[in-house]
Design a protein around this ligand. Sequence first.
Ligand SMILES: [Zn+2]
Length: 393
Amino acid sequence: MRRNRFISRARHNADAETLAKLARRLSESGSRLEDQLWERRLLELLNDRLARGFDADIEAALDDLSRTNGRAYDDLADLAESCAESAVIEIDGKPHDALLVAAPLLAWSRYKVPTTTLAAGVVDNIGVQFAGHLAARGARIAVADYLFSIDQLPESLGEVYDLAHKLFACAAQGTRMKVDAKSLREPVSMLADTRYVLAAIVAPQGQALYHWQETGVDPDSKAAAVEAFCTQFANVLQPVLTGCRYRVLAPNAFHAALRLADRELREFSLEAALAYLKLTYDLGPSALQATIAAYEDKRIEEIRIGIGRAGDEDQVIEGVVWPLLGDDEEKAQEDIEAALRRLGVTRITAHAHRFPLEFCDDCGAPMFPNPAGHSVHAEAPEDADEQPAAPLH
Ligand SMILES: [Zn+2]
């Protein structure tokens, strides 16, 4: 037994090394022809590893490249994500292209942004909107019957691959995908957050997946099609999102949609915090003061924004976390200041020193910077009639 494990471990390292090697050569390629050759070999190996549940090899190769070769890392990550979220499947003996798609939305609520099983009628209606506005004529659609939070979505490439293939099978059979809600993690509750509906679009191999790719259809009709989908999708979800304010984002392939939603959530969270302060404590933007500071843990992780009453140097009433997502710190600070000003907050303090990436020991909430230069727990104002967000510790 032990011997076998040694052999298989050595084999896995060899696979990770091969992946990294091929990705380095791809990143140096100077022609489309050479690209295609390296890509073919990489795709073959990636698909094989994913199908056998050995996605750890891929993660190991990515880990290596992230430290040694940024371009090769990007190339391999693109291909690996694509292999996890798409596939060629057989339906009635004919090859079909299948793509895992996510339809994201941003929502905030004074109570709780739901994650929930979607009723059959809602799932079918979402499928109708996918078919009517986004997918090419005759494409098959399957929709998963759950409104997911980011913590509940598949995380590793292998998990994405498994879920994608379940949805592809449902699309082939023309059924809804049932999600076992009990198997999902309990999401961390935030004032503003993203939610996702997952679907598969399946079309005969090499043919259009999306409506605006069909022969004879103007490719520029994409914008109107996506807008129509978003309007209808927002209507369909209305009964599910009672008590929430929300904005639907353009659907896209799984990984691209998640990246877009992560970026869009940052400014939306700021808007939500300001709307919440107005609604709950009648504090408008001109009565507020925002403090911006970078929080780090070995390297800069995120910018945090503490919001309190103008003139109060100590208390933070509400806070927003702004992850960098590849932006540099300076650019992020500028974006935040511009966003705050757009929202009407003009009293802004930016601390030059860095704070340790701290969370409350009791409730896990992030600590936020105050104008005096300390990292504090957000607290409801003492004179407030209503104290929905006040921690009891
Ligand atoms: Zn706490």
